[in-house]
Design a protein around this ligand. Structure first.
Ligand SMILES: C[S@@+](CC[C@H](N)C(=O)[O-])C[C@H]1O[C@@H](n2cnc3c(N)ncnc32)[C@H](O)[C@@H]1O
Length: 249
């Protein structure tokens, strides 16, 4: 089994509880402006997870499709969509490697490091190609990935937190040779420290020139970068690399 098939389950939302709806609202407002979203536009929220962005996009556009591989997270997304009465939000399960839409969307977004999960570079190119094909001519893509410079200078090798009945230990390392950041996640019961779950996340990181080359190879144009959702440019202190590009008309 690939790590991304086992990592994103009900525990995931506890591990990443700091990424909440307030962050999502800032992301969505940024995306609305930069992707020029309005009530005539269709949007694909790729790797939507629990749908924290999809439900906020729903009142802003004609239709949102939330696409993800994780059944537990899609279940939470579905409950959120019901709660928020999102009638134009459709949730689909699939692997982005096999994303298969043709000229369907005016915009695609991928938030919070949902890219770089595969072993081979050609699989990442395949995902970008799938995104390109899914867009209408003139459609835009927003990709939110880690900023390599920040990551390298600020890596926290080990951290521990207690959530409800669990202790979660995360050990991080960078493999410069393969441009991979690895995180070993251990979930234990607080009561007796027995192991509940253990897995290793392994995410490829890409520099600005690398991601630019990949996007150009696929056919995208007008590539621009931001370091945060307030529109700031990228510096070594920016935690994120927000990349916006366009499928030609
Ligand atoms: C870091 S989470 C981000 C979730 C969401 N975008 C957010 O900001 O809350 C990555 C998401 O990618 C999904 N995912 C992982 N591998 C995938 C794949 N191969 N195809 C589709 N979705 C995948 C996971 O299930 C998870 O929901």
């Amino acid at each position: 089994m690939n790590w991304y098939e086992e990592a994103f389950d009900e525990y995931y939302l506890d591990i990443y509880d700091h990424r909440d709806d307030d962050d999502a609202l800032k992301d969505v407002m940024f995306a609305k402006d930069i992707l020029e979203l309005n009530h005539k536009k269709t949007l694909l929220d790729l790797c939507c997870g629990a749908g924290r962005h999809s439900v906020l996009f729903s009142p802003l556009v004609k239709k949102v499709v939330g696409y993800d591989l994780s059944i537990p997270l899609l279940n939470v997304a579905s409950q959120n969509a019901l709660k928020q009465k999102c009638k134009n939000l459709f949730l689909l399960r699939g692997n982005m490697l096999h994303l298969d839409f043709n000229d369907c969307f005016d915009a695609v977004c991928s938030f919070f490091n949902s890219f770089g999960y595969f072993e081979k570079l050609e699989d990442h190119i395949k995902v970008l190609t799938n995104i390109y094909l899914s867009l209408n001519s003139g459609g835009c893509f927003l990709l939110d990935i880690m900023n390599v410079d920040y990551l390298k200078n600020n890596l926290i090798p080990i951290s521990k937190k207690e959530i409800e009945t669990y202790v979660i230990t995360e050990k991080r390392s960078i493999d410069e040779h393969y441009s991979i950041v690895r995180k070993e996640v251990l979930i234990q019961l607080k009561s007796d420290l027995s192991e509940v779950k253990k897995y290793i996340e392994s995410v490829h990181f890409f520099s600005k020139p690398q991601i630019t080359e990949m996007l150009l190879t696929v056919g995208f144009e007008d590539i621009i970068f931001f370091g945060s959702t307030d529109g700031a440019s990228v510096t070594p202190y920016s935690k994120r690399l927000l990349v916006v590009c366009k499928k030609p008309n």
